[in-house]
Write a new protein. Structure first.
Length: 185
């Protein structure tokens, strides 16, 4: 059963990765770097500070830093345990895919997907009562994580697993934030 899932994951990867073209490679290399998302992050920080005030915004930043640390370390633990090769290093498919970026670290599961989904869920849950279209924040993890498939760095299963862990961690972080911070505000 697991072998069939891995095989389907590879097939889906080959299909999605094959949709790319040289014309868009530079765009996706830019998308995959967090630095270029800074204007979005600053806009979100502005909205958060406006609704939470400086003190609770500072606490939000602290919670987010801890959330990213936990997500990152969890993803690294899984990578070290499962040691799944990245698509760019997988002998079975690396000769038929587009490899734009490579890495010699392991693939399962995606830290990018985990961190982006965790922070998005956490932020969304805080801001959902204040802004009608805040659900659009979920475009960030979708686009950000797809870049990892496009570049040849992660299988779709790595991304989906990262999303699941990220959503759970983001929700748990929100519950803690709500219990200890929003309750006392």
């Amino acid at each position: 059963m697991l072998e069939k899932i891995i095989h389907l994951d590879k097939e889906l990867f080959v299909f999605l990765n094959g949709l790319g073209s040289e014309t868009f490679d530079g765009f996706w290399l830019t998308i995959t770097k967090q630095f270029y998302w800074a204007p979005l992050f600053l806009a979100i920080f502005y909205l958060l500070q406006k609704k939470l005030g400086w003190k609770n915004f500072g606490i939000y930043i602290l919670f987010t830093a801890v959330l990213i640390f936990v997500c990152d370390q969890t993803a690294n633990l899984f990578k070290d345990y499962f040691q799944r090769l990245r698509p760019c290093n997988d002998e079975e498919i690396k000769h038929v895919i587009r490899i734009i970026k490579s890495s010699d670290t392991f693939s399962f599961f995606s830290g990018h997907a985990t961190n982006s989904m965790a922070t998005t869920v956490f932020t969304f849950l805080i801001l959902r009562k204040h802004y009608k279209h805040i659900y659009l924040l979920f475009l960030f993890p979708l686009i950000f994580a797809y870049s990892r498939i496009y570049l040849g760095m992660h299988f779709p299963g790595d991304i989906l697993t990262g999303y699941a862990f990220g959503a759970v961690f983001g929700f748990a972080c929100y519950k803690l934030y709500k219990k200890f911070i929003l309750r006392t505000s």
